[in-house]
Ligand binder design. Structure first.
Ligand code: ZN
Length: 466
């Protein structure tokens, strides 16, 4: 144990530390009787600095500098009881016994404390963060659809959102009877593995409704793409069913300009609208800033997951990032409850029941050609869903297409690498308005990577996840 008693007081030793008794007793206990002891006794070593604890003498006590025995005066014995905060009732015997028991107990506690301290002097317990273990494959597959909520066993979640997703609501605006739409710009930059690639920063307009927490996010070509941003911000309150709103932005010049355009457009439409900007240098737009962190974090997780599947990274130059950001906000609205309800449930009054695929997943989408015989399932990659019609937004190797039906097929994502590499159709080239229409604003044939080839034999086709 590391400490020694000055004499063999067995009772104290056993009670105090649970240590084995004398050295002889120990030897008897573990050695077979037929084994003979050889050699000479090794003298008992007393370590330097060992704690020596005097045995307890019951016949003579020392309390507050006064020596006491059973023969001492009753007044002295009572004083002693009072000094150690014990009852002073009873005669000499009871007072003395009470004091003895108390001091004995105190010494045992001291021995325990010393033993414990010596123990902790000799060892240091390492702490490790809990090892997160992934659940079964089915659970992992389900989690990969949304990466919501944050899971400590998921590398994609940990990489981008190790501080978890904390949702805040602006109490000041939530308390107001008029809903407040706050917006701000999110800047995202991510490098690829390619050396020397000039990577631009992706800009996205992010907005949130203070009352339901419903999020909006529109990646834009540049901060000057006002028409798209105004259109989105004007239709956002309509989706939520609001007539009167307060629009809030911070004091940055582009944000102020956008705020003015939105308010003017709404007023011209006869919709009561007020604007609000926080005082300079304040953090009055914290709600929008929190949304940006949540959307950016989930976007990171979704992209990380895609890169792991492809064993290849794409920088923010890739159009994959823009659709991913849109999809992240779409997922947060439907799968991230706050105080018991998701923003989608608050807005639509029902839970979301549609089906989804993993972001960037190779799937088969149903398309109808100009002729009756043209309807077919074609290979595509999943990019998200549109707000109202619940259609799937996919990339078919040439164009962005909308389809109502998809089939998930167990397949190697890497064999579709051509899709990802040739994908240049950034989301801001399309009017992905809340009405659910995705209208190509630019039509251009893009090359298809050579690794892409249609299946020769029928594939095992699974229904999409419900
Ligand atoms: Zn995850």
């Amino acid at each position: 144990m590391g400490f020694y008693f000055a004499s063999d007081d067995d009772e104290v030793a056993l009670q105090s530390s649970g240590a084995a008794g004398s050295a002889d007793g120990f030897a008897e206990g573990v050695m077979a009787p037929e084994d003979e002891l050889e050699g000479v006794d090794i003298p008992e070593a007393v370590a330097a600095g060992a704690y020596i604890i005097e045995p307890f003498d019951e016949d003579k006590l020392m309390v507050n500098g006064v020596e006491l025995t059973i023969q001492s005066k009753l007044a002295d014995l009572r004083n002693a009881c009072g000094f150690v905060k014990l009852s002073q009732s009873g005669g000499k015997d009871r007072c003395y016994k009470r004091t003895v028991n108390f001091l004995k107990q105190q010494q045992l506690e001291l021995i325990d404390a010393v033993a414990h301290r010596l123990d902790t002097n000799l060892q240091r317990d390492p702490n490790a963060p809990p090892l997160a273990e992934a659940p079964n494959d089915k659970e992992v597959q389900k989690h990969n659809l949304t990466h919501l909520p944050y899971k400590p066993w998921c590398p994609a979640c940990v990489s981008y959102r190790a501080r978890a997703d904390k949702q805040t609501r602006d109490n000041q605006t939530a308390a107001s009877s008029v809903p407040c739409i706050s917006f701000d710009f999110a800047y995202t930059k991510s490098m690829s593995d390619q050396e020397g690639e000039q990577v631009g920063t992706m800009v996205a307009l992010v907005y949130i409704d203070s009352q339901t927490g419903f999020l909006g996010c529109v990646p834009v070509r540049c901060k000057g793409q006002y028409s798209l941003m105004v259109q989105e911000l004007v239709s956002f309150p309509q989706l939520l069913g609001y007539t009167e709103v307060v629009c809030r932005a911070d004091n940055e010049p582009t944000a102020r300009q956008l705020l003015k355009l939105v308010v003017d457009t709404r007023l011209r439409m006869g919709l009561p609208t007020r604007s609000s900007t926080p005082p300079p240098y304040s953090h009055g737009n914290a709600l929008a800033e929190n949304c940006i962190a949540r959307i950016r974090g989930l976007t990171g997780s979704l992209m990380f997951s895609l890169f792991e599947k492809l064993n290849m990274k794409f920088s923010t130059n890739s159009a994959l990032w823009s659709w991913c950001m849109r999809h992240a906000r779409w997922l947060l609205n439907r799968y991230a409850p706050y105080r018991g309800a998701t923003p989608y449930e608050l807005v639509y009054g029902k839970g979301y029941a549609g089906s989804i695929c993993q972001y960037g997943e190779p799937i088969f989408g149903f398309v109808r050609g100009p002729n009756k015989g043209d309807a077919s399932w074609r290979r595509m990659i999943f990019l998200g869903k549109v707000e109202a019609q619940d259609s799937f937004v996919c990339f078919d190797g040439d164009n962005i297409v909308l389809t109502k039906s998809v089939r998930r097929v167990a397949t190697s994502w890497k064999s579709h690498l051509g899709f990802y590499v040739s994908f240049k159709n950034a989301s801001w080239e399309f009017k992905t308005g809340l009405g659910g229409r995705v209208v190509p604003t630019k039509r251009a044939k893009e090359p298809i990577g050579s690794s892409f080839s249609l299946p020769r034999e029928p594939f095992k086709v699974q229904p999409s996840i419900r």
